[in-house]
Design a protein around this ligand. Structure first.
Ligand code: HEM
Length: 518
């Protein structure tokens, strides 16, 4: 029996026939669409894995798993300075291209920021995609992070940061008989929150001395909710499923609201602000150009942002710095020798200005650690302007989403020799100022981090004072360290994940050190 006679012999009902036709048409449409994305779209000239050409699923998968930083770095190592990341997503790893995108407001923040806003945080300096809103907000809150303000609040930062840390570690050393086993990740974490509490909430949250993690758990829940909504906006319709995350977000909103009310009450009662800090600067903010002030809802959203943007970022930078120093003992020895000989009088805390002026090796260590392990290594996304733009000889049409991977830029072998090696020497030579310009940890251009001064103050004072006072060493049972090398003879880094902020994946297992008094 030939094929034709089989078909005529088969009794196919009419309804089933039209179902097959519909299925066939849908399949043809799908195939055409996928073929267009893969071979004929204007982005077809950009190399990348085949799946990325036809779907956003690989990108979403790696974002949700917290792997974007190493996924993008690996793809760039394989495909070069420009990689197709998704249907209309393209990643760049050449610092010159990246700087061009970030320099001006022509490339607005990308679609994912709209989604972050829909989490109930409202518009803030970080999330807004509107350049005018951003410019106004930066004019309003910029003074709170200016260097002259930082000089005024240095005492608060050191008290809730380096000094509180020393108090805790001294007592742990005493109670553990001269050598204390400490988890540096959780310690820095709690310290980071206490510093933000002191500056933007009018009081330390006291998480460092008490070990209370409740507030930190709320914040992490709230960040999780943002990520989920960012990747799947439909979730806003099913928020009841994520009850705990929503409750934590509401608790933060209440904390912020109550903090501002308490401060305003204090001002009313005393007739003047109780002190200068970031919170007070936000309350007093007034734009010289337009006389705008922060309205109550805007004020709340900016105060809330300090908690989300400012704690894990700084504390993870501290953790990565200690991790790197432990993995490279020769650099650890050199940085401690430097700080101990520059500041032998241990009765006085080392100030930010003194540390910056007298500790070039510590400066190099900080920049090198921020290069290798930027704490915001997740994607920075920007939209190509309507008229399109050319990168790497390829035309990107308007609204293409440019994904910037700070990790991929920082490990680009065209720019950095042995990019996977922790080598502070890179920042010591005559061209060190130029090298620092290639560091994108705080992003660059018009939407760069507004709080770099504050972060640097916290990093320098915490590191200089603790490295001078304590000897750090890895416990004998450490899974990672100078003893565990990869096939290129480089110490294996502890695994890290990027959920907006990048940090160690399993700090409970991997972030232990022994400390004793130097
Ligand atoms: C090590 C610590 C920090 C790092 C590595 C860091 C990094 C960054 C990066 C990469 C951006 C650009 C994000 C983007 O384009 O999507 C950014 C923006 C921002 N950061 Fe930070 N940040 C840190 C600490 C802080 C702190 C302590 C605060 C405030 C208390 C803060 C407030 C902001 C704000 C408000 C923006 C938005 C600026 C704008 O869009 O105009 N950051 N930060």
């Amino acid at each position: 029996m030939d094929i034709a006679s089989i078909f005529t012999a088969t009794q196919v009902p009419v309804g089933l026939n039209s179902l097959w036709t519909a299925f066939g048409l849908a399949l043809a449409a799908c195939t055409t669409c996928l073929a267009y994305r893969a071979f004929f779209s204007p982005l077809a000239c950009i190399s990348g894995p085949f799946l990325n050409r036809i779907s956003n699923l690989p990108l979403q998968y790696h974002m949700l798993r917290g792997h974007y930083h190493w996924y993008s770095t690996q793809l760039h190592a394989r495909y070069g300075d420009m990689v197709r990341m998704g249907i209309d997503h393209v990643s760049l790893s050449n610092t010159a291209d990246t700087r061009r995108v970030l320099a001006t407001h022509a490339f607005r923040k990308g679609r994912m920021y709209n989604q972050i806003e829909s989490n109930g945080y409202g518009v803030n300096t970080f999330s807004t995609v509107d350049p005018e809103v951003n410019k106004l907000r930066r004019r309003l809150i910029g003074d709170a992070f200016a260097m002259h303000t930082m000089r005024q609040v240095e005492g608060l930062i050191v008290e809730s940061g380096a000094s509180a840390l020393i108090k805790l570690w001294d007592s742990e050393i005493a109670s553990q008989g001269g050598i204390a086993r400490i988890n540096y990740f959780y310690t820095f974490h709690r310290m980071g929150y206490d510093v933000i509490g002191e500056l933007a909430f009018g009081r330390t949250f006291n998480t460092l001395p008490t070990g209370d993690m409740e507030l930190i758990d709320w914040i992490h829940d709230s960040i999780k909710l943002s990520i989920l909504i960012g990747q799947a906006p439909i979730i806003t319709k099913f928020l009841w499923v994520f009850r705990r995350l929503v409750d934590s977000t509401k608790k933060i909103q209440r904390l912020v609201h109550d903090t501002i009310e308490t401060r305003k009450k204090l001002i009313r009662e005393a007739g003047k602000p109780p002190r200068v800090d970031v919170l007070q600067k936000f309350i007093d903010a007034k734009d010289m150009e337009t006389s705008n002030v922060l309205l109550p809802v805007q004020l709340e959203s900016e105060v809330r942002l300090t908690l989300l943007a400012g704690s894990d970022t700084t504390s993870n930078t501290l953790s990565f710095t200690i991790m790197n120093l432990m993995h490279y003992p020769e650099h650890y020895r050199r940085v401690t020798d430097e700080v101990r000989s520059a500041f032998p009088d241990t009765s006085k805390m080392i100030s930010f200005a003194d540390a910056k002026a007298k500790l070039p090796y510590l400066t190099a260590v900080i920049y090198e650690s921020m290069r290798l392990n930027p704490s915001l290594a997740n994607m920075l996304q920007r939209s190509v302007p309507a008229e399109g733009a050319i990168f790497q000889n390829c035309f990107l049409p308007g609204d293409t989403q440019i994904c910037i991977s700070i990790s991929a830029c920082h490990r680009n072998p065209q720019l950095w020799n042995n990019p996977d090696v922790f080598d502070p020497e890179r920042f010591l030579g005559p061209d060190s100022a130029e090298r620092i310009k290639d560091i994108l940890t705080f992003s660059s251009g018009v939407r760069a981090c507004i709080a770099k001064n504050m972060v640097m103050l916290e990093l320098y004072t915490a590191l200089a004072n603790t490295l001078r006072r304590y000897n750090f060493s890895l416990p004998a049972d450490s899974m990672y360290g100078p003893h565990r090398l990869d096939r290129n003879e480089i110490p294996v880094e502890i695994p890290s994940s990027s959920f907006i902020v990048t940090g160690p994946t399993s700090p409970k297992a991997h972030c232990w050190v022994n400390i004793s008094r130097a």
